[in-house]
Design a protein around this ligand. Structure first.
Ligand SMILES: Cc1ncc(COP(=O)(O)O)c(C=O)c1O
Length: 381
């Protein structure tokens, strides 16, 4: 099988698996314990925090370990909302966020918060000027993702951050789950207060992630208890996951520029190939996108039918994001970008990773052509 679903999750790097195993074998002490094994585990934790801090160019005290992107995003949004609700109850986000931001906003509305869901253009991109126009005296939080998980669109985070510097009381959260390890992220330079990462998207283990929080910003914890992670995230630390994530970060940092270029070249070839196929429409914008995501539709066909036809030929792809692909509804993201119902129900996402080779793309394009010929008689006219 050729795995082309790297936005859903990635295969852990062999060195990551080794690091996890090493931590499980040797560092099973609880970092809060006062004896030598506790101290050893605490040292692993400290080193890993240092690795994350260096990669994000932040202080180790600004790094908080969580169970992944969903928890980091929930902590950021609910943590800010509950901390600053006396000051205001208005939140600004976009119509194209991942459900673990979008649905949290919906939930916060039930708690009396008011949310502006900014529209996006045909590329799925939000306008920084429109965002600024949406600011109200009671706005406490802006949450915008760096890279969209369905289209691959890069949002103008640096521009938004610059504009928000005029509003220092508004907290700026960025979901960088799809961009970390592929694109540069300048947390402090771009004025980001809170940043979410998830290790399984960059060849790390499942169930571990980071919420980076600017020094001096206080937010409410989602999980209270033993007071780990400076009280922001209670719960015994997942040392194997943390050690594995630190290894994945080291590896990603080592060859990020080369790997990103390699992926962009493959993505470009993929786009050319898909554009030449009859009945196909590419949904991912031509410019300003991440190196690993290509979304396209075969209007008239059902995305699931195409997905299974591709799987029969040995290629694993996705319809929408992994967590919403089972709902069978049109993609909220493609609808928001004005691509229409037909394109939104027939969209397929191909996402590349470090294991994919150029010949995988060539073979995929041949298989896709075959699949379209096979399903054409079943397509709606
Ligand atoms: C943009 C984005 N944010 C958040 C998440 C959730 O991350 P996790 O799976 O670590 O909870 C995902 C995963 O699909 C994602 O693509």
């Amino acid at each position: 099988m050729i795995y082309l679903d790297n936005s859903a999750t990635t295969q852990p790097h062999p060195q990551v698996i080794e690091a996890v195993k090493r931590a499980m074998d040797n560092y099973y002490g609880n970092p809060s314990s006062l004896h030598s094994m506790g101290i050893e585990a605490e040292n692993v934790l400290k080193q890993a925090r240092q690795v994350v801090a260096q990669a994000l160019e932040v202080k180790p005290s600004e790094v908080f370990f969580t169970s992944g992107g969903t928890e980091s995003n929930n902590t950021a949004l609910k943590g800010v909302a509950f901390q600053f609700q006396q000051r205001g109850k208005h939140i600004i986000t976009t119509q194209v966020e991942h459900p673990c931001v979008y649905d949290v906003c919906k939930q916060l509305e039930e708690f009396g918060f008011s949310v502006t869901y900014l529209p996006v253009d045909e590329d799925g991109r939000v306008s920084p000027d429109e965002l600024v126009r949406a600011i109200r005296p009671d706005t406490i939080l802006v949450s915008v993702m760096h890279v969209n998980n369905e289209l691959g669109t890069i949002q103008p985070i640096d521009q938004i951050g610059k504009l928000l510097k005029q509003h220092p009381k508004i907290v700026f959260h960025v979901d960088a789950v799809q961009s970390f390890g592929k694109l540069p992220i300048r947390m402090h330079e771009w004025g980001i207060d809170l940043l979410s990462l998830s290790a399984h998207k960059f060849y790390g283990p499942r169930g571990i992630g980071v919420l980076a929080k600017r020094e001096g910003l206080q937010i409410q914890p989602l999980l209270t208890g033993g007071g780990q992670e400076a009280g922001l995230r209670s719960g015994t630390e997942n040392i194997p996951g943390i050690a594995g994530m630190a290894k994945a970060i080291r590896l990603a940092e080592e060859d990020r520029d080369e790997e990103t270029k390699r992926l962009y070249d493959q993505l470009q070839r993929l786009r050319q190939g898909i554009e030449q196929l009859p009945d196909c429409v590419v949904n991912t914008p031509k410019t300003g996108t991440a190196p690993h995501i290509m979304n396209f539709s075969v209007p008239g066909a059902k995305a699931e039918v195409l997905l299974h036809a591709l799987e029969e030929r040995g290629f694993l792809v996705s319809t929408k994001s992994a967590c919403s692909s089972k709902t069978g509804e049109p993609s909220r993201i493609l609808l928001a970008a004005g691509m229409g119902h037909e394109r939104a129900v027939s969209a397929v996402r191909v996402s590349l990773g470090r294991n994919n080779q150029t010949q995988d793309i060539e073979q995929f394009l041949l298989a896709l052509k075959e699949c379209i010929n096979y399903i054409r008689p079943l397509m709606k006219k």
